[in-house]
Design a protein around this ligand. Structure first.
Ligand code: ADP
Length: 395
């Protein structure tokens, strides 16, 4: 039972933490965190898995390296009373709308989704298998698509032949859902208003970027689709392009479909336009007079405005526009540019509030604005840990 009278913990190690794992194909991000207090005992990334050159051979070895690092930091996984392992799984397909306790059946269903997420789900599967071997505690899978699993049909459906779509499970799934859900909730807390009463547009702007429209805590639209390629301009991903581009590049530039896929995922976006995917560097070059960087910034913002306008129309009204993730939390010029000229729609930022550096959730629009503009830090690890704990408490 959690009661509001529970005193704050004075000795965090007496609380059982959750180990949150985000296993990619060649990296393993980890965080050991107490879900209730948010106290982080340790975090880090093991890289170059399976790439030779002294990196770990596989995810099992990566977990051993992680454990060694934890020991070096004075954290003994056996002694802390590990409660569960929470796994970030990118693609939950049409089935998974909630976090689940991993068993053989779940694992086989996640495996069945590999065709939908060939770059992402295999890493998660090997991560889960390695953690099952290493830690005899409950394993919980938390899906990046879950928050969007009940998008309205009109938002989730591509205008494709129905039979083909059904056979191949083609629909708009959306990603970054753990972040969008967490930030929507944290925004309601910041404003001191019930989540159920709010219409929000959430802009998650990190290396990957996505937007969502959230009505009463429920996602009603999102910018990523079947894959994380759709939507906003990102570090190395193009986001929306004319679907005719693929055939054109095949015909005219002689690219295979795999090469087009690689081009749009790895060499486009800010990287393609400005020659660099790190947003800080894009802004630095733009400010130094680099025309490519200026255009990259402008295209990035233009696409953002496009989605803000679209979601305003989908929602019919808007209480709050929220910026989160690396760029959203740290780039005043992007936030200012997105709302520039939108005063007529009730959107503006107070320059001083927008420029102020802070790691806290905060409002950056002027007092009394028709629409609140906010910066709310995301915390996907904590969100995963909390969801894992919740699954356990359900029994
Ligand atoms: P990931 O999607 O990998 O979690 P992050 O949320 O950490 O990524 O976001 C990374 C992006 O945030 C990078 O493009 C980085 O340049 C950008 N970023 C980080 N700090 C700043 C800053 N102070 N100003 C502008 N952009 C920033």
């Amino acid at each position: 039972m959690t009661e509001s009278t529970t005193p704050p913990t004075t000795e965090p190690t007496t609380d059982q933490p959750v180990l949150v794992l985000n296993a990619g194909s060649s990296s393993l991000k980890y965080q050991l965190v107490v879900p209730e207090s948010g106290h982080v005992l340790a975090s880090g990334t093991v890289e170059r898995i399976g790439e030779g050159g002294g990196g770990p051979a596989d995810h099992a070895e990566a977990l051993q390296q992680m454990q060694q690092r934890l020991r070096d930091d004075g954290v003994d996984l056996q002694a802390v009373g590990l409660r569960a392992v929470g796994h970030r799984v990118v693609h939950g397909g049409p089935d998974f709308s909630d976090p689940v306790l991993v068993d053989d059946e779940v694992l086989s269903r996640v495996r069945d989704l590999v065709p939908l997420a060939p770059l992402h789900n295999p890493g998660a599967i090997t991560g889960i298998e390695a953690a099952q071997e290493a830690y005899h505690v409950p394993q919980v899978a938390v899906f990046d698509t879950a928050f969007f699993s009940d998008l309205p049909a009109a938002a989730a459906t591509y205008a494709l032949p129905r039979d083909l779509a059904r056979e191949h499970r083609l629909r708009r799934y959306g990603f970054h859902g753990t972040s969008h859900r967490y930030v929507a909730g944290a925004t309601a807390d910041l404003l001191g208003r019930p989540l159920a009463d709010l219409d929000q547009v959430v802009l998650h702007l990190g290396n990957g970027c996505s937007a969502s429209a959230v009505h009463g805590g429920r996602a009603v639209d999102t910018s990523m689709g079947l894959t994380p390629l759709e939507g906003l301009v990102m570090g190395t991903r193009s986001g929306d392009v004319d679907p005719g581009l693929h055939a054109f590049l095949h015909r005219e530039a002689g690219l295979s479909l795999d090469e087009v896929d690689e081009l749009l995922n790895k060499r486009s976006g800010l990287q393609g336009l400005a020659g660099v995917n790190d947003f800080r560097e894009v802004v630095r070059r733009k400010d130094a007079g680099d025309d490519d960087a200026r255009l990259a910034f402008d295209v990035f913002v233009h696409r953002l405005k496009h989605y803000v306008g679209a979601y305003l129309a989908q929602l019919g009204r808007l209480d709050v526009l929220v910026f989160t993730a690396g760029i959203g939390q740290n780039s005043p010029p992007v936030r200012a540019a997105v709302v520039e000229g939108l005063g007529g729609l009730g959107l503006s930022v107070d320059p001083e509030r927008n420029e102020a550096r802070s790691s806290e959730a905060r409002v950056i629009s002027p007092d009394g604005s028709p629409v609140t503009v906010a910066v709310v830090p995301t915390n996907e690890e904590l969100a995963i840990a909390r969801q894992a704990a919740e699954v356990l408490s359900r029994g």
